[in-house]
Structures are given as structure tokens and as C-alpha cells.
Design a protein around this ligand. Sequence first.
Ligand code: FES
Length: 174
Amino acid sequence: MRDLPNRRSATMSEEATVESGRSFLVGNKKDLIEAKRISVTLGDRVVVVIHHQGVFYAMDQHCYHAGGSLLNGDIEEINNKLCIVCPKHKYKISLEEGEGIYNASNPKDKDQPPCWMSKGIKQRVHKVTEVDGNVYVTLSVTPGWIESDYYQTEKGRAELKRVKDSEKNKSASS
Ligand code: FES
């Protein structure tokens, strides 16, 4: 079994046009199933590819809320939707659509039980295609701004770096 590095960059030579949009070969299906999750940089986008219950999913790796990495988030079924739970502040994001899901309660009506509600699409998801034992991710071409896009911008990346550096400094001084 070939080791899959935790993070890899697809190069131009690994690109393949599977459909419209920009597609990248991310690995061999068997290896990806074994790895369960990988982080990949596709063009200038950081994406997490997940294999869960026989299905591949891909989405921006940095959570729309505050940039937490979704790579190690738990997966839970909420309201009949498989959701990844961001390890940082426990926001829930549907794997299939990138919908932000939250548990809403009405403080004025204590008898009414809380229920799951949608905030709409918050995380950009990408299409995964299998061809001849290989797995490709086609970057989303959904127009308009989706909140997770922020962490793919220069400003968002600089913010992620600042947070990472300050966490490093904190752990070095403790
Ligand atoms: S960064 Fe993901 S929940 Fe806050």
C-alpha cells in the first residue's frame, strides 16, 4: 500500500478535464478509501477530500466561521443530512451541499423543543468523480460569494497564518 501524504499539491500535469470546470486528479480510489480523508491544494484552493460510508465528498478545508480545519472533524447525521462538525467551535456543515446547520430554540417558548435549521450554503463544496479507479475533484463553479471563499483569499490566508503563528507562540511559551 502506497502511503498517501497528508497534504499534497496537484500539479499541472495531474490536471484532467473530466467535465466543465477545473478538474484535478487527487489520487487512486483504493488509497483514498484507505486514507479516509486527505487535504489537497488544487490550484490555489485548499480542499479536504473525504470518503464516508462509500461516498466521496470534497469541500473547502477551512471552515467558513473562523477558518478552523475540517480535516479532522467528526461526521454526524443531523436532520437526515451527513454533516461535518468543525473541531474549532462545533459548527455543523452538510457534506453534500455545504449548508450551515444550527440547532434553534425559541427562548420565549420553553415548551417548544429546539429544532435544526439551515443558514444556507456557507461552505463551498466541489464535485468528486471516479474514472478508471482514479478520483478527480472538479472545483466548484457556483457563481457568487460563499463564506468559505474568504479563507482562499490573500487576506484570509494571512489571517490563518496569524492565528497559526500565535498558537505556536502560545504553546512554545507554556
Ligand atoms: S472555525 Fe469552524 S466552527 Fe468556528
